[in-house]
Design a protein around this ligand. Structure first.
Ligand SMILES: Nc1ncnc2c1ncn2[C@@H]1O[C@H](COP(=O)(O)OP(=O)(O)O)[C@@H](O)[C@H]1O
Ligand SMILES: [Mg+2]
Length: 241
């Protein structure tokens, strides 16, 4: 079920703005890779490329599922979701006027996940027990922490093979951030492949196996999480901590 992702020499942008230049990044099945860098360096753009929301202008991207490679540059967002990619976007993007349950059901709608809706919803509730009692509540009335749990829960309801997490700790109080970090660790234990963008590089390097740092759309450093954590000069130079 776990997916692997191979991105090679990717360029992407928005008209005249070149957001990614020659990015190469691999995420093996079951691996968690952190994508680090300060604001405006192309992290979200890379995730949007994987999700089919931004089209690269050069390079290749493929997703391997059960030994079969799929060319992501040729697939629609819908087809990419159907392969098992779930994105937890920056800013959560919930449906505020729908209930918690309805938001989760929208996640659960992926074709391959539909026959196991109960099991997939159970995974969301198992990961975030706090959501269970909030099922009837409108998403727009939840606290920031509850909304983030719902955003991740909605991705889990799709029974994904690859989760793209864009700044999951953004705006969360430290105690809630720890809940979310624990949930990410639990997903890792389950063998879910994850690409994690996080401003909190300490947390990202705690949970990731490997990490890459993006600056001006280019990978300027990559290594195991332990190697990058130990390189304080590098962390100070690129991560502004
Ligand atoms: N929709 C857009 N239109 C034009 N430029 C954009 C758009 N989204 C992002 N950019 C630009 O692309 C670059 C990378 O942005 P982004 O991928 O959001 O960076 P990060 O997630 O690392 O903060 C920035 O220069 C940003 O201003
Ligand atoms: Mg971003």
């Amino acid at each position: 079920m776990a997916l692997s992702l191979a991105i090679n020499d990717l360029d992407a942008g928005y008209g005249a703005v070149k957001a990614l230049r020659g990015v190469t990044l691999h995420v093996e099945a079951g691996e968690t890779v952190a994508l680090l860098g300060t604001n405006g360096n192309g992290k979200s753009t890379l995730m949007k490329c994987v999700a089919g929301l931004v089209r690269p202008t050069r390079g290749s991207m493929s997703l391997t599922l059960d030994g079969v490679a799929h060319d992501l540059t040729r697939l629609s967002t819908e087809a990419i979701v159907d392969l098992g990619v779930a994105m937890v976007p920056e800013g959560r993007r919930l449906f505020p006027r729908l209930t918690v349950k309805e938001n989760l059901m929208l996640g659960a709608f992926r074709k391959a996940a539909r026959q196991n809706i109960d099991r997939n919803l159970a995974l969301a509730f198992e990961t975030f027990p706090a959501l269970q009692g909030l099922q009837g509540q409108l998403a727009g009335t939840l606290s920031g922490g509850q909304q983030q749990m719902l955003a991740i829960g909605r991705a889990l309801a799709a029974n994904p093979g690859l989760i793209l997490l864009d700044e999951p700790l953004e705006g969360l109080a430290p105690s809630v951030a720890l809940n979310v970090e624990d949930a990410i660790l639990a997903l890792k234990e389950r063998g879910t492949t994850m690409l994690l963008v996080e401003h909190n590089s300490e947390m990202a390097l705690r949970v990731a196996d490997r990490a890459s740092i993006l600056e001006l759309g280019t990978v300027v450093a990559s290594g195991t999480a332990a190697e990058l954590s130990a390189d304080t000069a590098l962390v100070h130079r690129y991560l502004a901590v």
